[in-house]
Design a protein around this ligand. Structure first.
Ligand code: PLP
Length: 451
């Protein structure tokens, strides 16, 4: 009963990204200009993103070709392995079959280079010299720093202060790749200074860091902004994950009954799930899809589905999404990558259509799941990925209770080698569950833009 690995040869790597917009029963609501409240056009977004990415953002073409240069870089670590977690199945004594797709084999240790490399490529193509971004736990910042190094682009990263202090090794990795890292909120931008004036001890949030990065990006013509999640083009780039998993499960002679992914902004979840949801939307195969989010930042399960800003400083366009309000500052849980107030518009739309389910889990359950997984499978998941592990374990235990066998697929979106302080704190009993404060969120929701 050993763990089984399903290897795809390089020639079976996807040559196109899958665009779920082609298969949706209705399109998601349009993105609105923050001033006029009218739908934005490509020209409105041009100061922020290269045109190729803006066109992908609004594309309804099912297959979007992956440039050969991007495929060549992907081949360094793709196709990533799919494993059957037989030892975990045995430890859980479940009749379920559990498969996981492992994205931790990328140079940065997560799924994020799948989009970082593509974004750096298109920026380089359009003559951009510098990319500015934000990062939570540092996974996105290190992925973009890696991609920037490959294409000779300068990378500047606004890192949420709580993670800057909790995860110094992620910062060191970004700097090793040549990026400049600034703790956010910072004194370097008007958005950062405004927050510090009001809350000098602010531990920061992704919403604040986005404001800082956007502000810096629009100041210079040779500089663009990059986002590591949420946007349609980011989710699009991640679909290599699910397409590979489909082919690997075919090798295994299997198909998932249920797919589980963790959701921060929604990109790794979309990456594994969208190709399967597409098959269901086209009437080919049934599948259940479960998004797992932290109870401390429960945008899908407790947020409202309304138009909101992507950032705290209200510099971004308005998007309709499940949101806790752009001023919401979540507790300092260790899954830094899941501490975002909003959710990808495409994922929000699918939840609203009843195409996916969502569940919120507490931090302690997710760490216990991560430890159990490591002891069975040997891989130590990132704290974010622990949410997917815990969600998959819940599904497997339900199979045991019901005495039914189901096939479970989850995305093990990254390893936790840079998150050992979190594991030390967990083992020492220092981590706690965070009750989501209804009061705080009511306040944040009160600041929603009126349309
Ligand atoms: C960034 C990150 C996440 C959260 O982002 P999504 O866009 O929701 O995937 C989850 N897991 C890991 C390992 C990450 O680096």
């Amino acid at each position: 009963m050993e763990t089984v690995k399903y290897v795809l040869t390089e020639d079976r790597m996807p040559t196109a990204w899958y665009n779920i917009a082609a298969d949706l029963p209705s399109p998601p609501p349009p993105v609105l200009h923050p001033g006029t409240h009218q739908p934005v056009g490509p020209a409105d977004l041009a100061p922020l993103f290269p045109m190729a990415l803006i066109l992908q953002e609004v594309s309804t073409e099912r297959a979007v070709e992956i440039p050969e240069e991007v495929q060549a870089i992907y081949r360094q670590w793709r196709p990533t392995p799919l494993y059957r977690a037989r030892r975990l199945e045995r430890a859980l004594d479940t009749p379920a079959k559990i498969y996981y797709k492992y994205e931790g084999v990328s140079p940065a240790g997560s799924h994020k280079p799948n989009t970082a490399v593509a974004q750096a490529y298109y920026n380089k193509q359009e003559g951009v010299k510098r990319i500015v971004t934000e990062t939570g736990a540092g996974q996105w910042g290190s992925s973009l720093a890696f991609a920037g190094a490959l294409f000779g682009l300068e990378v500047e990263v606004y890192m949420v202060k709580v993670s800057y202090n909790q995860k110094p090794y992620r910062r060191a990795l970004m700097e090793a790749y040549g990026a400049r890292v600034v703790a956010s909120p910072s004194e370097e931008t008007a958005a950062g200074r405004a927050i510090l004036a009001e809350h000098p001890d602010s531990t920061g949030s992704l919403g604040i860091a986005i404001s800082e990065a956007v502000e810096r990006a629009v100041q210079r013509d040779d500089t663009k902004y990059a986002l590591g999640s949420v946007l349609n083009h980011v989710l699009l780039h991640q679909t290599v994950v699910g397409q590979e998993a489909l082919a690997q499960l075919e090798l295994a002679g299997d198909y998932p009954d249920v797919i589980v992914g963790c959701t921060g902004g929604g990109s790794n979840f979309a990456g594994i799930a969208f190709p399967f949801i597409g098959a269901r939307l086209r009437g080919e195969r049934e599948v259940r899809v479960v998004a797992v989010e932290p109870a401390a930042c429960p945008s899908l399960t407790k947020g409202r589905y309304v138009y909101d800003f992507g950032d705290t400083g209200h510099l971004t366009p308005l998007v309709k999404m499940h949101t806790l309000g752009s001023t919401f500052v979540p507790s300092g849980i260790h899954a830094g990558g899941l501490r975002y107030h909003g959710m990808a518009p495409l994922v929000s739309h699918l939840l609203n259509l009843g195409q996916i389910e969502a569940v919120a889990l507490q931090q302690l359950e997710t760490f216990a799941a991560g430890i159990q997984f490591a002891r069975a499978e040997g891989i130590l998941p990132a704290p974010e990925a622990n949410h997917a592990v815990a969600g998959a374990i819940r599904e497997a235990l339900r199979c045991k209770e019901e005495g039914t066998s189901r096939t479970i697929l989850f995305n093990l979106c990254g390893h936790g080698h840079f998150d050992m302080q979190a594991y030390m704190d967990f083992q020492a009993g220092k981590l706690k569950d965070f009750e989501y404060s209804d009061e705080e969120v009511a306040m944040a929701l009160a600041g929603l833009p009126s349309l």
